[in-house]
Design a protein around this ligand. Structure first.
Ligand code: SF4
Length: 243
């Protein structure tokens, strides 16, 4: 857990679970895996067990200690809906979120089917909270767009997409029921290139559908240099505030 995230679209990260397994092409250069595996075998380090999936119950109540309101990215180092995370544990994470409504939570998954099923059932108590935003990752058409459909059908109050890394043009897919789109290119070692027209198309599609758009980065081997200006400006929109 960190209360000072460097991620452009959040303030803090909270990891009551650590570790994950790859599920689709968006995972190929998973930054969380690279980070975690560096510390495998280091005695006493939080990632002593590398990227193996582990529950961290002592972190469940951490947001209660943060009295100042924060935008919190939930499980930046894992996936809350990973198949090895028991339902009862997911409910405990959600209970902390509902009890700390002064924060705003961003829950992002690639296991959209499981998230959607739980939002209709055991997570219904959290689905309609305006301070909990439920999102799915979308890297391409084949794997990403079916996740969008699960999310659109889920009874969530606030829904968002993380289109990162954008690996191809996504076309004009349905965006109704979606409140926010974050997008960006891949960075790090051997990044897969993002054609400028793919991100322009997505930006224009969001605009035409009235969806808030946040352009995180161009990515590449030097992401700082590449920056986050698209056609002469930054795009920093967030979902409209709800009460
Ligand atoms: S789902 Fe996310 S955390 Fe898990 S391997 Fe893929 S990119 Fe990494």
């Amino acid at each position: 857990m960190s209360d000072n995230s460097k991620i452009e679209w959040t303030d803090a990260t909270w990891n009551p679970i650590r570790g994950c397994t790859k599920i689709s092409p968006g995972c190929t250069h998973c930054y969380a895996e690279t980070f975690a595996e560096r510390f495998r075998g280091v005695p006493g380090h939080p990632y002593e067990q590398g990227f193996d999936v582990r529950l961290i119950p002592e972190k469940l109540s951490a947001p209660l200690l943060w009295r100042k309101p924060k935008m919190i990215f939930v499980n930046s180092m894992s996936d809350l809906f990973h198949e090895d995370v028991p339902e009862d544990y997911i409910l405990k994470v959600a209970k902390t979120m509902t009890e700390t409504s002064w924060h705003t939570y961003q829950v992002l998954t690639k296991r959209a089917e499981r998230m959607a099923a739980l939002l209709q059932t055991r997570l219904a108590f959290a689905a309609q909270c305006s301070h909990i935003w439920w999102g799915v990752s979308v890297e391409n058409r084949q794997h990403g767009l079916p996740r969008v459909e699960f999310l659109r059908r889920a009874p969530a109050r606030v829904r968002f997409l993380s289109v990162e890394p954008l690996l191809e043009d996504l076309g004009d897919f349905p965006l109704n029921e979606i409140d926010w789109v974050i997008a960006g290119g891949e960075s790090g070692h051997g990044p897969r290139p993002m054609h400028p027209d793919w991100i322009r198309h997505l930006r224009d599609h969001c605009k035409s559908q009235g969806v808030a758009f946040f352009f995180k980065q161009w990515g590449g081997t030097n992401k700082k240099k590449a920056g986050r200006v698209l056609d002469g400006r930054t795009h920093d929109h967030f979902p409209a505030a709800e009460n």
